[in-house]
Design a binder for this molecule. Structure first.
Ligand code: LLP
Length: 423
């Protein structure tokens, strides 16, 4: 359920008709619903109630400062994967102790920042990283609270490019090798091996893979404790999938079912838990609104050419993702739905939002809304083809605000300069 619904014949974001926002900021633009973000955060938090757990929103899914501030006000922590994201989380008001730092390639500078800002946990993904962190912490006279991120060798059954828990993926430390690295960690100065972290992938649509991974973690806690380790935190990552097209609903597990599975697998261990959900919180809370430029008929199909491109929303091009598309003007009962291919203006064949979708008659100037674009939408956009990054707008009831404006052309090229020999 989300808050992008038809009222009086027009698609609204909460109580604001989308054409009103289009008039104010131009198209294309991302639009986020405060009510949906709040609802999703609440549903997830309720699903894990009673578990002594922190919900650390995976900032990579949506790192707009206003979105993060809203989630921080709701009580969210943050999962960060770069120094930039760490700074952003703090700026948005996330308390440092509720921040966990993941990622395979943290630099010395980033590790130092993590120690200086006193974040809750660093998830270490390799022996060299562990040794680097130890040296930095010992030098600073500090102790780093760490988890080793284990690679449980579980296939999450998701798209290949967003699977992270198979033994051939670059992430984590093989679950077979982890016990020996814990023993190394125990001997290293400046390191407190307090926990275990795991994250097997994203857009996961069945609970089985999570369950296999969490059982492996549970088993490891028991063994490490028997070996004298004081394991007291478990970071179970993110990964819960969302429906992207309306008839997907049935295949996606609910947060409640996920929470129950967590209770079954690791609930008895008495560990403090952290979760790193991204998509389930922000996915359906955002849409990308775009305007039709041309309708182009060929011998084979009808192309709807819109002003948003793969640079604005790369998921269809990158992961063959399908996003439902709605017309902003509500279809009438008598409208005959026609098969169309919705494409952008970028000079690549991959610049296609849907291969075949059925829409009512469309004409140039019409507005379309690409749904479930709140996670991994704006954050992954680029200015390819020298197209400006699109604005982001936040709606709350009948109010809206541009939480990121469209840059001017001069701003887009402000970081570039000519070498003296070309002047
Ligand atoms: N924790 C870690 C360590 C992660 O790497 C990720 C996502 C998450 C949490 C959040 O996962 P979520 O709950 O959002 O599934 N760009 C891709 C998704 C990449 C996910 C990367 N890691 C997409 O658009 O589908």
């Amino acid at each position: 359920m989300h808050h992008f619904i038809y009222k009086n014949g027009l698609l609204h974001a909460e109580d604001v008709p989308l054409p009103q926002i289009a008039k104010a900021v131009g198209t294309p633009f991302y639009c986020y619903s405060t009510a949906t973000l709040t609802q999703q955060y609440t549903i997830f938090s309720n699903a894990i109630e009673g578990l002594n757990a922190e919900v650390c929103f995976a900032i990579k899914a949506n790192s707009n400062l206003a979105v993060l501030s809203l989630l921080a006000k709701l009580g969210a922590g943050a999962d960060v994967v770069s120094g930039g994201e760490l700074r952003l989380a703090l700026k948005a008001g996330v308390p440092s102790e509720k921040i966990v730092f993941s990622g395979v390639g943290k630099t010395e500078e980033e590790l130092r920042l993590a120690l200086d800002t006193g974040i809750g946990q660093i998830n270490v993904e390799s022996e060299p990283e562990l040794r680097t962190l130890s040296a930095i912490a010992a030098d600073a006279g500090k102790t780093a609270l760490i988890a080793l991120r284990i690679n449980p060798d579980v296939d999450p059954g998701s798209h290949d490019k967003i699977s992270t828990g198979r033994r051939t993926d670059k992430f984590g430390i093989s679950w077979k090798l982890a016990p020996s690295l814990y023993r190394t960690a125990r001997e290293l100065p400046g390191i407190d091996p307090a926990g275990i972290a795991v994250h097997i992938g994203s857009q996961i649509t069945s609970l089985g893979p999570f369950e296999s991974a969490f059982l492996r973690v549970s088993d490891m806690v028991t063994k490490l404790r028997a070996d004298g380790f004081n394991i007291r935190t478990l970071d179970l990552g993110g990964g819960l999938g969302v429906p992207y097209v309306h008839d997907d609903n049935a295949i996606v597990p609910t947060p409640k079912a996920y929470g129950d599975m967590v209770r079954r697998t690791v609930g008895h261990l008495g560990c403090k838990l952290a979760f790193e959900p991204g998509r389930i919180i922000a996915g359906n809370a955002g849409i990308l609104v775009t305007r039709v430029i041309y309708v182009k008929d060929t011998e084979d199909q009808r192309f709807i050419i819109v002003d948003a491109g793969m640079n604005d929303l790369v998921r269809p091009a990158m992961y063959d993702a399908n996003h439902d598309v709605l017309t902003v003007t509500e279809p009438r009962l008598k409208d005959v739905l026609q098969p169309v291919e919705i494409v952008g203006p970028v000079c690549e064949t991959a610049d296609r939002f849907t291969k075949e979708s059925y829409l009512p008659p469309i004409k140039p100037g019409d507005l379309l809304a690409i749904l479930t674009a709140g996670a991994y939408g704006a954050v992954m956009s680029s200015s390819y083809n020298t197209r400006p990054l699109v604005p982001e707008v936040m709606v709350r009831s009948e109010e809206f605000f541009a939480i990121r404006r469209r840059p001017h052309f001069e701003e887009m090229i402000a970081l570039e300069g000519l070498p003296p020999w070309l002047k």
